[in-house]
Ligand binder design. Structure first.
Ligand SMILES: Nc1nc2c(c(=O)[nH]1)N[C@H]1C(S)=C(S)[C@@H](COP(=O)(O)O)O[C@H]1N2
Ligand SMILES: [Mo]
Length: 198
């Protein structure tokens, strides 16, 4: 008869509860990029936020750095089945970014990246402390291969929504597919409902 060590089972079960269906947990930090890592000198870097009627608000590196920054520890889940627990980031919350806008945001966002990658996210998933523009990982400036200088971090959706090298956040009145969404990935991408493909 098996002897069950309650303490061990308890710990394992707590981690199992953090793993969405079909995922395994890894300590590695795989790099997944559809394009080569772009070279982005900080003095050339810009982040533009664009309204659905084409008004634009652009921040340079100093202006981005002056926005309030938060520390975030979170689990991330890639559609290729790896999850990584307790990743440590620092960045500007989408809420704080929105507060700088001179106009009201629209219902959907298309993130456009240096290099051409795009991904679509409903505004509702970016607000209320659920999304950040991250410039730091594990206490270090975000490495270029992981999206530095700045990437989107939307940890409650599959990690393809966390656009690396983000350059433009374009508001839209209706949903539209981004790079992977056009190629068969789910338009929303909730790991807990296993919304991998459409
Ligand atoms: N610009 C850009 N952002 C991207 C991607 C990409 O190919 N290009 N890949 C996405 C996918 S599929 C994943 S899983 C994560 C991978 O991030 P990482 O390389 O830091 O692990 O970035 C997402 N953001
Ligand atoms: Mo991914």
């Amino acid at each position: 008869m098996a002897i069950v060590n309650r303490g061990f089972v308890g710990r394992r079960d707590r981690n199992a509860e953090r793993l969405p269906p079909g995922q395994y947990s890894t300590l590695d930090f795989p790099v997944l990029s559809a394009e080569p890592t772009p070279v982005l000198p900080l003095d050339k870097w810009r982040l533009t936020i664009q309204s659905s009627d084409h008004r634009a608000h652009t921040l340079d590196w100093a202006q981005f750095g002056a926005l309030p920054h938060q520390d975030v520890t979170t689990d991330i889940h890639c559609v290729t089945h790896w999850s990584k627990f307790d990743t440590r980031w620092r960045g500007v919350s989408f809420d704080d970014l929105l507060a700088t806008l001179p106009w009201a945001p629209d219902t959907f966002v298309m993130a456009h990246c240096y290099g051409g990658y795009t991904t679509n996210i409903p505004l509702a998933d970016l607000i209320d402390g659920r999304a950040w523009l991250a410039d730091t990982f594990d206490g270090e400036p975000l490495a270029p291969e992981h999206g530095g200088p700045v990437r989107l971090l939307v940890p409650h959706l599959y990690f393809w929504k966390s656009a690396k090298w983000v350059r433009r956040l374009r508001f839209m009145p209706t949903d539209a597919p981004g790079f992977w969404e056009e190629r068969g990935y789910h338009t929303y991408g909730d790991p807990w409902r296993e919304q991998r493909y459409s």
